[in-house]
Design a protein. Structure first.
Length: 695
């Protein structure tokens, strides 16, 4: 691989651009079909693709029927293949084309894999449909009947068989396996074994006539196969030009990765067409590494996997610039952009939290909850969870003992919001001024503030956090209740909580695996869905509009929070993005920065406010590097000891949790140098090259 690709080149970050093409064909006209194939090949290459898959029997047409037994047609198909081979001498892509092919006096339905002016291998179809409208066994033999493992073609020996994996030397994670149409419709497709043997991109050359509902079934089939195999899956089907004597054709092309659709073609197109997408080969590799059951499955099939042969070949990495990432990267990976999916996500998360709290109450036999309410976002949502839990148990909401505890920096805005919220929910509401007890503590330890000096150090801040937690735990003891925690996933990731007290500690924390960017939507969803009756007070809207603040250091304005959390830890919207790709996939900081730049630079998408208002925040690469470095230092170096001692909390999403009993087990005294050093490799100018680790 080129040691210095441009930073904005997706090939520098573990991606490969692939294409599925559907040419306009003519039945039994290989010359015409080869010309259409080469044209699409060139067009896909111009868009940066390194692999182009075509339909089943595309050089001849699928609907030739007994014409497949005509020598003239078979010979013309081989010459047409030669045309494609010649094209790849000047067009540096892998072309996978379908044709009928003779081996050992038998005829096979085959895929030819071509690159660099040569045929890399010929793959026969394993399973032949011979039911309904299909009569392939009349003309073809299944691949299992072949005795030869190689064939002589165009003067060279070419590997032959369904056991071939094609590996690009310059793109090490690009490992291609090919199967044909029916092969993916059987209970155990050949691609399942190929994936276990190391193939990362699975290609299906299909003809697949169209019938009512078949398109949706193809989607499900390809989605599930890509998900089970932890792979990218490319699917083609024949289009315009196939015989309509008895069948119809829609020319559908699909590209999936891990069960997620990356691209889909229009159907019933009047002419040749193709789709492209950037598949994340590193994601494929990391998911297989993370899911140890994938390796266990491979071990269980060692005898079968040992038969696979690897065909290595050279393939130049596209250096075309600019080459924007052809893939959606959402700014808010924890929050679906689609309103319907977002509401469904909020419903699931909220119910997980409520049912988890119900189970904890059932296990302890306790019927009262103690919670601190600050008037801010996290405690608001935790209180809404508590209210629903009481409703589900048939207990009065007065069993929720809610306390707002103003300190030295509490603003009048958040204090009023806390009081109005507790009244709207209908819980037992109390106010405890913690300043006297804090002053006593500060005096006991000899702190200058107790002597009238305005010293606002970490001890000053944490005395307030500690006093609040101490009060809550003693109140829980006194009233036979449990303390419900409010701190969220983002704060745990950044270490933005006071160890042992504050948002760090509770008897049970309902928010610990919910990121800050999702909390706001949860509060909004609960209010809109009517899941919790909270009166007609507009307090929830006001809380949603309040800046996130710990309110521990006195400021210049008493009316609103003066201290900003994001001024210290960085913008939550960006740090949640960094957290997702670091925690969920373990990507290197260079790739995280690349994805963040792709998502956050010069794009009109952002937060949703009632589905209308959009925040058009943008982050240039230097800002992304700054905040990413801050995140990595806090996450890997300074805050793991806090996560090693967190209370119980339910995991709510596949994005991960930070519980040491769940998704994240890490030493409390590790270094962060390898991550911060990787950030240093990111240029300030995205147009500049990046030195790859292998260089």
């Amino acid at each position: 691989m080129d040691p210095t690709l441009a930073f904005l080149n997706p090939y520098a970050h573990g991606f490969a651009r692939v294409s599925v093409a559907v040419p306009r064909i003519r039945v039994a006209d290989p010359v015409f079909n080869a010309a259409e194939t080469v044209t699409l090949l060139e067009q896909a290459h111009d868009q940066g693709a390194v692999l182009v898959a075509f339909p089943e029997l595309g050089l001849s047409a699928y609907t030739c029927d007994d014409l497949f037994h005509q020598a003239a047609l078979l010979e013309a198909c081989e010459r047409a293949l030669g045309t494609v081979v010649e094209a790849t001498e000047r067009v540096p892509v892998v072309a996978i084309v379908g044709l009928p092919f003779r081996v050992d006096h038998k005829l096979y339905n085959c895929a030819a894999v071509v690159a660099g002016g040569r045929v890399l291998g010929i793959v026969p179809k394993t399973y032949l449909p011979n039911y309904g409208e299909f009569y392939e066994a009349r003309q073809f033999n299944p691949g299992s009947t072949a005795t030869s493992t190689s064939v002589r073609l165009f003067g060279t020996e070419v590997p032959f068989g369904a056991d071939l994996i094609f590996e690009a030397a310059s793109i090490p994670l690009l490992k291609i396996h090919v199967e044909i149409c029916e092969d993916v419709w059987v209970p155990i497709p050949p691609s399942s074994y190929a994936a276990l043997a190391g193939a990362t991109v699975l290609v299906n050359l299909s003809a697949s006539n169209i019938t009512i509902g078949k398109s949706d079934y193809r989607h499900r089939l390809v989605s599930l196969q890509s998900a089970r195999c932890l792979a990218a899956y490319l699917y083609s089907s024949a289009g315009l030009g196939e015989s309509t004597t008895d069948l119809g054709w829609d020319g559908q092309a699909l590209i999936y990765e891990h069960g997620e659709m990356l691209a889909e073609s229009d159907r019933f197109v009047d002419g040749s067409h193709f789709i492209t997408a950037d598949v994340d080969l590193e994601r494929v590799s990391r998911e297989r590494m993370r899911m140890t059951s994938f390796g266990a499955s491979a071990e269980a099939h060692q005898a079968r996997l040992a038969s696979f042969r690897t065909v290595r070949f050279e393939l130049p990495v596209p250096t075309t610039f600019p080459l924007p990432l052809q893939r959606a990267v959402e700014r808010f990976p924890y929050v679906p952009a689609d309103v319907e999916r977002r509401d469904e996500r909020c419903m699931e998360v909220y119910n997980i939290q409520v049912l988890a709290l119900l189970q904890r109450l059932a296990a302890t036999g306790i019927k009262k909850l103690v919670i601190g309410v600050s008037g801010g976002l996290d405690s608001t949502h935790a209180l809404l969870v508590c209210a629903k839990a009481m409703d589900r148990l048939g207990l009065p909401r007065s069993n929720i003992l809610a306390y707002t505890m103003p300190g030295f920096a509490t603003s009048t805005r958040t204090l009023e919001q806390a009081k109005r919220l507790m009244a709207a929910v209908g819980c037992t509401a109390e106010e405890i001024d913690i300043r006297p007890s804090c002053l006593q503590m500060l005096a006991d330890i000899g702190h200058p503030y107790a002597k009238g000096e305005p010293v606002y150090d970490i001890a000053f801040e944490n005395v307030q956090a500690g006093e609040r937690t101490s009060h809550l735990f003693r109140l829980a003891n006194y009233h036979d209740g449990i303390v419900v925690g409010t701190g969220d996933l983002s704060e745990l990731a950044l270490g933005w909580c006071t160890y042992g007290v504050g948002d760090h500690m509770s008897h049970y924390n309902v928010n610990a695996s919910v990121p800050k960017t999702l909390i706001k939507h949860l509060v909004r969803w609960v209010a809109a869905s009517g899941s919790v009756e909270a009166g007609d007070d507009s307090v929830l809207d006001e809380i949603l509009a309040t800046e996130v603040s710990p309110e521990l250091v006195p400021g210049t304005e008493q009316e609103k929070p003066d201290q900003s959390s994001e001024a210290s830890v960085g913008p939550y919207e960006l740090q949640d993005f960094h957290l997702y790709y670091t925690l969920r996939y373990g990507f290197a900081p260079t790739k995280v920065a690349y994805l963040a730049y792709t998502a956050w630079h010069d794009r009109e998408q952002g937060r949703w406010i009632d589905g209308a208002e959009v925040a058009r925040n943008e982050y240039a690469l230097p800002a992304i590097k700054k905040h990413l470095r801050n995140f990595l230092w806090r996450f890997f170096k300074t805050s793991q000891f806090k996560r090693s001692a967190v209370p119980n909390s339910p995991k709510v999403g596949s994005g991960g949790s930070l519980s040491p009993r769940g998704d994240w087990r890490a030493p409390s005294d590790s270094e962060a140098v390898v991550w911060t050093a990787d950030v240093d490799r990111v240029p300030d100018d995205p147009l500049q090259p990046i030195a790859l680790p292998s260089a």
